[in-house]
Design a protein around this ligand. Structure first.
Ligand SMILES: [Zn+2]
Length: 328
């Protein structure tokens, strides 16, 4: 999907297309985390779509669009490092060249997205040269790189370079804000990411995962009669009291599923063992009682009640639930 700061560059590409001067090899350069892949995907889709809008964007409704969104359009080839390798290997490029020598499946373009192009080792880059020079008809190659200077000059000289800049800070901040939970610090994250919005979003997700993991460990401690609910509530409430309550809700519903021996479709598959253990220590009725209490808390969050007190109440209740002694 096209990101808000990519409309101008997308329209430049569409202009070239309308004027029949689209280069067959484009090197999209620009810093990591600004959405080069998103732009390449949006442009590829616009080339494959059977009835694009007048501004060039894909219709979203045709067979080609449906196949693209299902991840299975046969005329779109995404090449990147495979498995644990950091490199794009020569056999990947050879296989690509062989596929490109065949006609397109749907009589439109064949599109290649090579990302990151600078991951091609020398042999792979050399084997691509001839294709860059004389590509098969209707083939468009999009080479993406945050470090284009690492590409052999022979590759660069055969591509038309299109540079993508870091988006304007205000545009980046407003997009990032729309992607984050309330209370997360947009400006700090963007600064840490050097202004790259997708990197900032990744940082926020990593941070959220880390804090969820910490909270689950606190939650387990409380069940073992350790830890102080009042102190924990004061930590958990920042930056957003709704988040831990949502997580608790997810843990409890998973515990109920696990008690019913239902192990698929868990909210927290990564915490299955911990939640299973916690579920087995409790009477099912009590888990449901706790769930009611959490639902009440979710409603209270919209009221004037102090969120920290709401959390304290939940954590105290959780710690004091009667549990069966283990191993008997
Ligand atoms: Zn379409």
């Amino acid at each position: 999907m096209l990101l808000p700061w990519q409309h101008t560059i997308f329209q430049q590409l569409q202009q070239c297309r309308r004027e029949n001067r689209l280069p067959h090899a484009i090197l999209l350069s620009g810093p990591a985390g600004i959405g080069k892949q998103a732009l390449a995907e949006a442009f590829a889709l616009s080339l494959l779509c059977e009835s694009p809008h007048t501004d060039g964007t894909a219709c979203g409704a045709c067979h080609a669009c449906a196949m693209f969104h299902a991840g299975s359009h046969p005329d779109l080839h995404r090449i990147g490092p495979e498995d644990t390798s950091k490199n794009i290997r020569i056999d990947q490029i050879r296989a690509l060249i062989e596929t490109l020598s065949l006609r397109s499946h749907y009589g439109r373009h064949k599109v290649v997205i090579l990302n990151p192009a600078d991951a091609m080792n020398t042999a792979a880059a050399n084997s691509l040269l001839k294709t860059l020079e004389e590509p098969p008809p209707d083939t468009i190659l999009l080479l993406l790189s945050a470090r284009p200077s690492r590409l052999p000059a022979t590759i660069r000289s055969r591509c038309q370079t299109l540079h993508m800049a870091t988006p304007h800070p205000e545009e980046a901040a407003s997009w990032l804000k729309s992607q984050l939970e309330a209370g997360q610090e947009t400006e700090t994250l963007l600064a840490l990411a050097g202004g790259a919005p997708l990197t900032a979003l990744q940082l926020a997700e990593d941070e959220r995962l880390a804090s969820r993991k910490q909270m689950l460990s606190d939650w387990l401690q409380l069940a073992n009669g350790e830890g102080d609910p009042v102190r924990l509530a004061s930590n958990w409430v920042k930056p957003d009291a709704a988040l831990p309550i949502t997580w608790i809700y997810g843990w409890l519903t998973d515990m109920i599923r696990l008690r019913a021996s239902q192990t698929t479709r868990l909210n927290n598959p990564d915490a299955k063992a911990t939640l299973q253990k916690l579920a087995e220590e409790l009477d099912l009725q009590r888990i449901y009682g706790m769930l009611d209490r959490v639902q009440d808390a979710m409603r209270l969050l919209d009221s004037q009640v102090n969120p920290q007190m709401i959390l304290e109440g939940i954590l105290l209740y959780w710690r004091n639930l009667p549990r069966t002694a283990k191993n008997n």
